[in-house]
Design a binder for this molecule. Structure first.
Ligand code: UDP
Length: 458
């Protein structure tokens, strides 16, 4: 009762958040960054992680960790397509996740769980335990909307169009062309499409969606999301503006990349990396290699072991190539990417258009050459080329003449200057976004208020 005889509602404080990342590098990094951001806002953080692909836990003494003994070995997944890996993860995680969360839920300080959008099964678990679930979507809003539109695009016949129709526009989904509709390398495309439907449906049932993006970049897409989804969205990115990704790296970052860059001229080097999951065949690696060599520009190239199925590392590259590039090129297994992109010697980034890489490049104002291997990368690269005009998309895939031409255009041509100007102006907007008065700053405040509203009356 207060002084006026009215009853004052008491609430239990709920300050614990339980986060569950998908164990792939491009999903772990943003989830760990988000954990740090929310920890900084005063929340206690519990992370549930698979034993498989778990980053170095000693980097996070401020988080409580629960490991899922999934029993998955690296060899078990190295020969399997991504869709099967996701299925394997789901099969091994669903029971242990339910058990751990139900144990944790006896402690009523949990405000909500935050899980990767791909862990769609966590919605049902959360519903059963009456715990709110917020989804983290680690890619762009545009690509999420494309996933949500897949059933419509299938009904309209876009998924069965002929090779000769690949450059037709998807009228329901500008700026996409038919070739940009998300696809995955799989022997069972129908199963993958059903999987996407489950992800989207579970996201619709969630209490909120967090996006690693910022309003100035995806204003149109966020407005469209608001029309199609009733779930509140929180675009609070880019997360790495707050916390770097290096402490959650699954591979050792080769720091000789930085000393090599130190010896190069300003804005002279093109950095090349295709992320943590993409794979290619041997002949494509050779196209990449000769495109780089023929461009005659200095380059720093990440060749991840496993990038080419069945190869150890560089043994498939010819002696002739390695000799030719020895003075101009540097090849590493894994780089400290954020630091590389911020190095003054970097003039361009040839990327696979993974969303973290895209944001990291925008943050440093580095113009891009855009490849795409599967899924959201196809959407991202189209946006970079057509909408934001911050990258030059390789339309023919990996083909040495197009690669050579694109590198020259970007590094020494007029088109490169335009693209550089565009990304610098986007970088300025991004720089402002996480600061007081900026859109991501405001959105993060909204998210904190939203989570704090999950309180229980006593
Ligand atoms: N990365 C890195 N070193 C490398 C290549 C990539 O640290 O040599 C990091 C990069 O900074 C990014 C993540 O790995 O944070 C890759 O995520 P992205 O979404 O770009 O691609 P994915 O690996 O999911 O395809």
């Amino acid at each position: 009762m207060d002084n006026h005889g009215q009853s004052i509602q008491q609430y239990t404080e709920r300050r614990r958040l339980v986060l569950f990342p998908l164990p792939l590098q491009g999903h772990i990094n943003p989830m760990i960054q988000l954990a740090n951001i929310l920890h900084d806002k005063g929340f206690n953080i519990t992370i549930i992680h698979t034993k498989y692909s778990c980053p170095n836990l000693s980097n996070y003494p401020h988080f409580t960790l629960h490991l899922i003994p999934d029993g998955i070995s690296a060899s078990e997944v190295s020969t399997t397509e991504l869709a099967s890996v996701l299925k394997l993860l789901e099969d091994r995680c669903i029971g242990p996740f339910r058990d751990i969360l139900s144990q944790l839920s006896s402690d009523d300080s949990i405000a909500c769980i935050i899980t990767d959008a791909i862990w769609y099964f966590t919605q049902e678990v959360a519903d059963n335990l009456k715990i709110p679930r917020i989804v983290l979507r680690t890619s762009s809003v545009g690509s999420f909307l494309a996933y949500a539109a897949m059933p419509l695009l299938q009904d309209k016949g876009y998924l069965s169009m002929k090779d000769s129709e690949m450059d037709e526009p998807v009228v329901e989904f500008p700026p996409l062309k038919v070739r940009d509709i998300p696809r995955f390398e799989t022997h069972d495309p129908e199963r993958v499409n059903q999987y996407l439907v489950k992800i989207v449906e579970a996201t619709k049932k969630a209490s909120g969606i967090i996006f690693n993006t910022f309003k100035e970049l995806e204003e149109t897409e966020l407005a469209k999301l608001g029309e199609e989804f009733t779930v509140p969205a929180f675009p609070i990115g880019p997360f790495h503006k707050y916390f770097s990704a290096s402490s959650s790296s699954l591979w050792t970052q080769d720091r000789t990349s930085i000393s090599w860059l130190d010896a190069q001229a300003t804005k002279s080097v093109i950095y090349v990396s295709f992320g943590s999951v993409a794979t290619m065949h041997e002949e494509k690696l050779n196209e990449v290699a000769w495109g780089l060599a023929n461009s005659e520009q200095p380059f720093l190239w990440v060749v991840r072991p496993g990038l080419v199925h069945g190869s150890e590392w560089l043994e498939i590259l010819s002696k002739e190539f390695l000799e030719l590039i020895s003075k101009r090129g540097y090849i590493v297994k894994w780089a400290p990417q954020q630091e590389v992109l911020s190095h003054p010697a970097i003039g361009g980034f040839w990327t696979h258009s993974g969303w973290n890489s895209t944001l990291e490049s925008i943050c440093e104002g580095v113009p891009m050459i855009c490849s795409q291997f599967y899924g959201d990368q196809m959407v991202n690269s189209r946006y970079m080329n057509d909408t934001w005009k911050i990258g030059i998309k390789l339309e023919k895939g990996l083909e040495r003449v197009e690669i050579e031409t694109a590198i020259r255009k970007l590094m020494v041509g007029k088109e490169g200057e335009d693209v550089r100007r565009n990304i610098m102006s986007l970088k300025e907007k991004l720089d402002h976004s996480p600061k007081p008065g900026g859109s991501s700053y405001q959105s993060l405040d909204n998210l904190v208020d939203f989570i704090t509203s999950f309180r229980t009356p006593v």
